[in-house]
Design a protein around this ligand. Structure first.
Ligand SMILES: CC(C)(COP(=O)(O)OP(=O)(O)OC[C@H]1O[C@@H](n2cnc3c(N)ncnc32)[C@H](O)[C@@H]1OP(=O)(O)O)[C@@H](O)C(=O)NCCC(=O)NCCS
Length: 322
C-alpha cells in the first residue's frame, strides 16, 4: 500500500461530511444505489443502538479516500460483530487500501472481545466478494431479490374470513402492540434480536423528520392481533431517479401456524417532479381488507399504484422456503 496512506479512527465532528460523500460516490456505482444525506446520516448515528466505535478512514494527503465500520450491536446478546461495507474511492483501488481498512476494523472488534463477525455483499459484486474471501469470510446465507410489475396481479385463494385487517393510527398504545408483534413475528428470523421501544420511537421520529409517510395495518384473529404490515413512502429516497421509494413490511406472528411468514417488499413509484407527495392510502377511514400475508402487501401496493398517472413496480425479498 502507498506509504502515504494512513488508516486512522473516524474523528467525530470532522469526518462526517467525508463519510457521507464517500458513501454517495460509491453507492451510485450500483444500479439501484440510493445516495444519502447528512440529515439521514445524523439520524442514523443518533439511533440508540448505533455503535459509533469501530469506524476507520483511509486518508491520503489529508483527504479521506476510504471508510469502514466494524460495528457491534449493543443489544446483541451474542456479541457478533458486523462489518459494514468497506468503501474505497474508485481511483485509489487495487492498492491494498480496502484490505488495510477491513483488517483494522476486524482488529478493533477483536480488541473489544468479539469473536465472530459477519458481513453482507451482493452476489454480483465480484470485488466485494473477493475482498471478503481474501479476509477469510465464508458464505453462510443467500438472499433473493425478485421484481415484478403490479399490473395484472395473480388470482389469490379466497379470503380467510377469520382475518380482520384494520388500519391503526400511530400512538403510544399502537406502538407497544406493534413492538410486541414485531418481536414475536421475527423470532425465527436470521440474526433475530428483540427491538426495543427506544429504537421504535427513534425510527418513528426519524421518519417524521425525513417526511416519510407510514401507515400500518394490523391483522386480528378473533380480536387478537397476530400480525401487521407497515407501508412507507420515502419522498427523498429516489429523488436522484425522479422517483419515490416505498417499503412494505409484513409480519405475522408465528403462533398463527400456517400464517407464519415474513416478507419485505421494496417498491419504486414513478413520480413526475413537482407533483404532490403520495399520501398514505391507509389514512382513509374505514379502509379494511380481509387477507393475510402477501395479499395484504400486494393489495396495499396496488392501491398506491392505482393513483392516477403513476407507474408502479415492486421487488420482493423473501426468505428461502417462503
Ligand atoms: C471492494 C473494495 C472495497 C476493494 O477495495 P480495494 O482497495 O480495491 O481492495 P484491495 O486493493 O485491498 O484488494 C484486496 C483484494 O480484494 C480483491 N479485489 C479487490 N478488487 C477486486 C476486483 N475488482 N476484482 C476482483 N478482486 C478484487 C482481490 O482479492 C484483492 O487482492 P489482490 O489485489 O491481492 O488480488 C472496492 O472495490 C470498493 O470500494 N467497492 C465498492 C464498495 C464495495 O463493494 N464494498 C465491498 C462490500 S464488502
Amino acid at each position: 500500500m502507498n506509504p502515504k496512506v494512513i488508516i486512522r479512527p473516524f474523528a467525530v465532528g470532522q469526518d462526517e461530511d467525508a463519510w457521507v460523500s464517500i458513501f454517495n460516490q460509491v453507492v451510485t456505482e450500483f444500479a439501484d444505489g440510493t445516495p444519502t444525506t447528512r440529515a439521514e446520516y445524523d439520524l442514523e448515528v443518533s439511533s440508540p443502538s448505533y455503535d459509533s466505535k469501530g469506524r476507520f478512514v483511509a486518508e491520503l494527503d489529508g483527504t479521506v479516500i476510504g471508510t469502514v465500520h466494524a460495528e457491534l450491536d449493543p443489544e446483541d446478546p451474542d456479541r457478533v460483530g458486523f462489518m459494514i461495507p468497506v468503501r474505497v474511492l474508485r481511483e485509489h483501488r487495487r492498492q491494498g487500501i480496502g484490505l488495510a481498512l477491513a483488517r483494522r476494523g476486524l482488529e478493533s472488534l477483536r480488541e473489544r472481545g468479539v469473536v465472530k463477525v459477519q458481513a453482507a455483499v451482493r452476489d454480483e459484486n465480484a470485488a466485494g466478494r473477493a475482498l471478503l474471501a481474501r479476509l477469510g469470510f465464508k458464505p453462510c446465507r443467500v438472499m433473493s431479490w425478485m421484481r415484478r410489475s403490479l399490473d395484472q396481479l395473480p388470482e389469490l385463494p379466497a379470503l380467510n374470513p377469520r382475518f380482520e385487517i384494520r388500519a391503526v393510527p400511530g400512538s403510544p398504545d399502537s406502538a407497544a402492540m406493534l413492538l410486541s408483534l414485531r418481536n414475536e413475528a421475527m423470532k425465527e428470523h436470521y440474526n433475530y434480536r428483540p427491538v426495543t421501544m427506544e429504537e421504535m420511537a427513534h425510527w418513528q421520529e426519524s421518519d417524521d423528520k425525513l417526511g416519510i409517510a407510514t401507515f400500518r395495518l394490523v391483522a386480528y384473529v378473533r380480536g387478537e392481533p397476530v400480525g401487521y404490515l407497515s407501508f412507507s413512502i420515502d419522498p427523498g429516497g429516489c429523488a436522484h431517479l425522479n422517483r419515490k421509494r416505498g417499503e412494505c413490511y409484513i409480519r405475522v406472528t408465528c403462533e398463527s401456524g400456517p400464517y407464519c411468514s415474513y416478507h419485505h417488499i421494496a417498491s419504486s413509484l414513478s413520480q413526475p417532479s413537482g407533483s404532490d407527495p403520495v399520501r398514505s392510502p391507509g389514512s382513509s377511514p374505514g379502509r379494511m381488507w380481509r387477507s393475510p400475508g402477501l395479499r395484504l402487501g400486494v393489495q396495499s401496493s396496488a392501491s398506491l399504484a392505482a393513483s392516477p398517472g403513476r407507474e408502479f413496480s415492486a421487488s420482493l425479498a423473501a426468505r428461502p422456503g417462503l
